[in-house]
Write a protein that binds this ligand. Structure first.
Ligand code: CAO
Length: 416
């Protein structure tokens, strides 16, 4: 099976999560991804949150599959020389160092462009170039706060809340991957590379687009009809936290199922689609609500939407989350069980589709990872283990024309 990105060579100068998530995706689709790491230590995630002593942590293995590892001290002249050679031969360089680190290392965009005018330099930073915070180093939760997610997530009577989803990290990596692929297509037309930059703040904000929608509606109307604060509560002049309310035109909430008293995940998400009101009433045994003017329009329901949810919870009381969804799906009601990581890890459908994949690692044995969420009709990405630190150093140096003797000298020069 040929993979579309075969022949594209990527210098993966990334660490932690945002950059590695991007290059991992491109590696799955066939790119030759060479991860450049500092001798002796490598990507910090190799050692962070280890569950087995002296073995690469899952944090690393789950973000660096299908890559090669080249150890190179790019602050030393010998390392810089290798990096220059690599730049001349590669298509893309991806980096997510702190602001200015690449310039301090002696590889500003102008120099990279000189070395290889066809090069695409792809960068992740916390804030975009020229932003008044563009000197800041940024991790996931910082980005969620800066991008509007934290102020709009959680409950109105609690503090701003961080999402467990990596909106700042992996999400930014996915944005960057789109930028890289666009620049590659652009290069086919112009013959020129370019710099592609994505900030974590911008990527979070892009996913919070509907909250900016809400800010403008609030400015105009003074209320937001789909939020739990409407119609009985108060609105200020900023978009409030809406708990588990649906973000679109369909009210929804997380509802308790059988066993919720002891199982913190015995819940479903239930959505009340306007046009599905009759099936909902039938499903929950309330046919008399179908034509009742107190219930039969969305605006009639909104003032007592939480009473409606409470009635549905009464109906759910003797049903597990799976039983409930099996009934509701027959009525075409958008809903799902609240699934735990354990349930997802063992989900036969996710295993069959390759979204949950078991990978063999030289030192760790087998582990689970999230495979490609993008499915193709003519390609099924095969997920292979992440590389050991420096596993491919000799191979990559030899491919750049270094002799065995020169490789030995480089190892000596970089010894830590
Ligand atoms: N050889 C020699 N030096 C190397 C090297 C190598 N192979 N690889 C990296 N380095 C050096 C860099 O040159 C830099 O040195 P200077 O600071 O002296 O210029 C240093 O290592 C890396 O610095 P850093 O600022 O990237 O690292 P940090 O741990 O202090 O900060 C982070 C980490 C993530 C906060 C920062 O990189 C950052 O803000 N990145 C941009 C935003 C981002 O991607 N964040 C998401 C991370 S995922 O949660």
């Amino acid at each position: 099976m040929t993979r579309p990105l075969e022949g594209i060579k990527i210098i993966d100068f990334t660490h932690v999560q945002a950059g590695p998530a991007c290059t991992q995706l491109l590696a799955w689709f066939g790119a030759d991804v060479i991860k450049v790491e500092r001798p002796g230590s490598g990507d910090v995630t190799r050692t962070q949150l280890r569950d087995i002593p002296d073995v690469d942590a899952l944090y690393f293995t789950m973000l660096n599959s299908n890559k090669k590892s080249l150890t190179l001290d790019t602050k030393k002249p010998e390392g810089k020389e290798v990096l220059e050679k690599l730049i001349r031969e590669s298509d893309v360089m991806v980096e997510n160092f702190g602001p200015g680190a690449l310039d301090r290392m002696g590889f500003p965009w102008e120099h990279i462009k000189e070395l290889n005018p066809k090069m695409i330099l792809a960068s992740v930073k916390g804030f975009s170039d020229g932003h008044h915070y563009d000197d800041l180093k940024v991790y996931e939760n910082v980005a969620q706060c800066a991008g509007g997610s934290a102020s709009t997530t959680g409950f109105w009577d609690g503090p701003p809340t961080i999402s467990a989803a990596a909106l700042g990290d992996s999400n930014t990596g996915m944005h960057l991957a789109i930028g890289i692929l666009t620049a590659l297509i652009g290069r086919d037309k112009t013959g020129k590379g370019q710099k592609v930059a994505v900030s974590m703040q911008d990527s979070v904000l892009n996913l919070c687009r509907v909250k900016l929608r809400d800010q403008q509606r609030l400015d105009r109307l003074g209320y937001l009809e789909e939020y739990p604060q409407y119609p009985h509560g108060e609105f200020s002049d900023v978009v409030p936290r809406g708990g588990n309310a649906g973000g679109g035109g369909q009210p929804g909430w997380v509802l308790k199922c059988k066993g919720w008293e002891t199982d913190p995940n015995s819940y479903i998400y239930f959505t009340i689609q306007g046009h599905a009101w009759a099936p909902i009433c039938k499903a929950i045994g309330k046919p008399e609500w179908i034509d009742d003017p107190k219930y039969n329009t969305a605006s009639a329901r909104q003032p007592h939407i939480f009473d409606i949810f409470a009635t549905i919870e009464t109906w759910l009381a003797d049903k597990t989350k799976f039983e409930a969804v099996d009934i509701l799906r027959k009525f075409d009601i958008p809903c799902a069980p609240v699934l735990t990581m354990k349930e997802l890890a063992n989900d036969p459908s996710l295993r069959a589709s390759g979204t949950i994949t078991e990978v063999q690692h030289k030192e760790r044995g087998s582990y689970l990872t999230v495979g490609s969420p993008i499915k193709f009709s003519d390609m099924k990405p095969e997920i292979t283990a992440s590389p050991l630190l420096g596993e491919h150093t000799d191979e990559v140096l030899a491919s750049l024309g270094y002799s065995t003797e020169q490789i030995g000298k480089l190892h000596d020069a970089q010894a830590v």
